[in-house]
Design a protein around this ligand. Structure first.
Ligand SMILES: [Zn+2]
Length: 237
C-alpha cells in the first residue's frame, strides 16, 4: 500500500497481512530458540554447580590434610567436648572455603534465601549440598568421655572415586530449603534427601575430589544411589 504523507514524499507502509506474517515468523523463531536457550541455561547451572562442589572438595581435602587425614566430622565441636552443634559446613566455610555462595546450587536460589533467613548458628544445616554424614563424617561426638566412630580417613577409602562425599541435596518436604546431609535413609532422622535438580539428576562430589553427574529418579533417588554402610556409593570401601 502506498500513501502520500506530504507533497513529494512517498511512504511505504505494511498491510495488516504483512504485519501478521512478520509476527508469525517471530513467534516461530522464538518457539524454536527458547528450548535451546533453556537447555543452555540448565547446562550453565550444572557446570556452575560442578565448580561449587569442586571448591567444596578442595576445602574438605585441605581439612583432611591438616587433620591427620581424617575427614571433617559432621559436628566439629564435639571433638572439643562442646554441646551445641557446630556443623561441618559452617566449619569448612569459616576456616577453609570462605565463600558461602559455593554452598548453593544456582538452580535453587530459594535455598540461599532460606539459609539467609535463619540464625548463624542454625543456617548451616540448610546448605544445598548434603554430606555423606552417616558413612564418612559421622557425628564423632563425646558420649561420656568416649568418642564414637571417627570420620573416615583418606587412606581408609580404597575406592574414593566411587564413594560419595557430598551431592545436590534438599529438605524433603518442599525442596525450598537445603540440607547439609543426605544420608537420612540410613540414620532414620529428619528428611534430608538427594535432590535431582539437574535434568532429573544430581552432581556428586566423590571422595577423590572429582565431581560427576548421575541420573536419578527424582522421587526415589535411592533406587540408583542405594543406602546403607555396605552400599556401592555411600559406604566406606
Ligand atoms: Zn546442583
Amino acid at each position: 500500500m502506498q500513501n502520500t504523507g506530504s507533497p513529494g514524499v512517498l511512504l511505504r507502509t505494511f498491510t495488516l497481512i504483512e504485519l501478521l506474517v512478520v509476527i508469525a515468523i517471530i513467534a516461530i523463531l522464538a518457539a524454536m530458540l527458547l528450548p535451546a536457550l533453556n537447555q543452555a541455561k540448565g547446562r550453565a547451572h550444572q557446570i556452575s554447580c560442578v565448580g561449587n562442589q569442586k571448591q567444596l572438595g578442595l576445602s574438605m581435602l585441605m581439612y583432611a590434610d591438616d587433620s591427620n587425614e581424617y575427614h571433617v566430622p559432621y559436628y566439629r565441636n564435639y571433638l572439643e567436648g562442646g554441646s551445641a552443634p557446630y556443623q561441618w559446613s559452617r566449619y569448612i566455610d569459616e576456616e577453609y572455603l570462605k565463600a558461602t555462595d559455593s554452598f548453593f546450587c544456582p538452580t535453587t536460589p530459594e535455598m540461599r534465601a532460606y539459609f539467609d533467613s535463619q540464625s548463624v548458628s542454625y543456617r548451616y544445616f540448610f546448605t544445598a549440598y548434603g554430606y555423606n554424614y552417616w558413612n564418612i563424617g559421622t557425628s564423632y561426638r563425646y558420649e561420656g568421655n568416649v568418642l564414637d566412630t571417627p570420620p573416615a580417613r583418606l587412606a581408609e577409602l580404597l575406592m574414593p572415586d566411587t564413594t560419595i562425599l557430598t551431592l545436590d541435596a534438599a529438605y524433603r518436604t518442599d525442596y525450598t530449603a537445603g540440607a547439609n546431609n543426605a544420608t537420612d535413609a540410613d540414620s532414620g532422622c529428619c528428611n534430608n534427601v538427594p535432590h535431582a535438580r539437574h535434568s532429573d539428576g544430581v552432581n556428586i562430589l566423590w571422595c577423590d575430589g572429582s565431581v560427576r553427574y548421575m541420573k536419578v529418579t527424582p522421587l526415589d533417588p535411592w533406587a540408583q544411589l542405594g543406602t546403607g554402610a555396605n552400599n556401592t556409593f555411600w559406604g566406606r570401601k
